[in-house]
Design a protein around this ligand. Structure first.
Ligand code: TXA
Ligand code: MG
Length: 331
């Protein structure tokens, strides 16, 4: 089992021990506002290779390089006025910007998968402090075995990766609950590579223009390799937009909608009885994990609105419902 340090109770110990394990080129599970990350020194190929090994990731996808602040990010990525405006508006926060890699960046190509771009973000809270103390960007995908749902608390990480990693820094449940929104900025064009914890509406209000949503069919291996395949794969089938539940199924409701067949459901969850999309995002992965532990034939999701964080929630459950491909590009 991994050592767990509660960052609320033992803050300086968590920082010191976190830096020590990172220095030894081993990954550390860290809390971020979106999901828990499996973090390693983004400038050290041995450390990055350990992330892939621990996650059992089938192939090398580009990883997000997490920064302590905009100043650190500017040493590794090239910002223009538009990307700087977004960074100033939303960092620290659940936004990743895919930008040209800076010529002087020390980020290792194993983190960028050899691309000439890099995904950068400044996470909120303890993660930013740890990066500042460590002094280098941290590559960090979600801290789960490839193909499982992203962890939103330290217990999820311990249960999944506890025998493969040394240290989990426990910051309590993740507040946002879904991964960061990923934007690619190219000149005047802003493209959404992944809907996530920052609503598109807020981004569009900031920059005063529409962003381009990626056509799913046009998502190429270069654009967002981790975004292609069935990303979350519960054992049970997943059915979407249901207002009735079949015998032997689990219902995942939203906003306490009236659902037919409740008496024969084997379990009933509600992502947010008050119909709050941000509460639903925060609960999504832990409810999917609980549902996946029950012997159900299928998990039926009630309709969830598509606006604001509903876009990311619907994206993640659609991936969970997608047919399982032979070769996947899980992250
Ligand atoms: O909220 C999050 O973003 C979490 C926490 C831990 O920060 N991290 C996360 O990382 O979700 P990961 O590795 O699971 O997803 C990173 C996504 C992948 O789909 C990857 O393909 C894309 O970012 N990505 C990273 N760098 C890229 C680049 N240069 N070009 C295109 N896509 C990139
Ligand atoms: Mg992931």
């Amino acid at each position: 089992m991994a050592e767990i340090i509660d960052i609320g109770r033992e803050h300086s110990q968590a920082l010191a021990r976190g830096c020590q394990v990172l220095e030894s080129a081993e990954p550390v599970a860290i809390p971020t506002e979106t999901v828990y990350g499996l973090a390693a020194d983004a400038t050290n190929p041995q450390a990055i290779a350990r992330i892939y090994e621990v996650k059992g990731r089938p192939r090398f996808n580009p990883l997000i390089a997490h920064m302590s602040d905009l100043a650190m990010a500017e040493r590794h990525a090239v910002f223009d006025p538009l990307s700087r405006k977004l960074a100033e508006a939303f960092w620290p926060g659940p936004l990743t910007l895919v930008l040209p890699l800076h010529a002087d960046s020390t980020i290792h190509p194993l983190c960028t998968a050899g691309l000439d771009t890099v995904g950068v973000r400044v996470p909120q809270g303890f993660a930013g402090e740890l990066i500042a103390a460590f002094g280098h960007p941290l590559a960090a995908p979600s801290a789960n075995t490839s193909g499982r749902v992203s962890p939103t608390d330290a217990g999820h990480v311990q249960g999944d990766l506890g025998d493969k990693i040394r240290l989990i820094l426990d910051g309590g449940p993740a507040g946002v609950g879904v991964e960061s929104t990923i934007l690619k900025i190219e000149g005047d064009t802003v493209r959404l590579l992944r809907p996530g914890g920052l609503a598109v509406r807020a981004i569009e209000a900031c920059i005063g223009r529409k962003i381009i949503r990626q056509d799913k069919a046009a998502q190429t291996a270069i654009e967002a390799p981790g975004m292609l395949a069935s990303h979350y794969a519960p054992r049970a089938d997943v059915r979407l937009d249901r207002l009735h539940v079949e015998p032997g199924e689990i219902l995942v409701n939203f906003g306490n909608q009236p659902i037919a067949g409740l008496d024969d459901a084997i379990a009933i969850f509600d992502l947010s009885p008050q119909a709050s999309l941000s509460e639903a995002a925060a609960n999504l992965f832990s409810i999917m994990k609980m549902a996946d532990q029950l012997p159900a034939r299928a998990i039926a999701f009630a309709p969830i609105p598509h606006h604001d964080l509903g876009e990311a929630i619907n994206d993640r459950i659609a991936r969970a419902a997608a047919p399982r491909p032979e070769v996947s590009y899980e992250d």
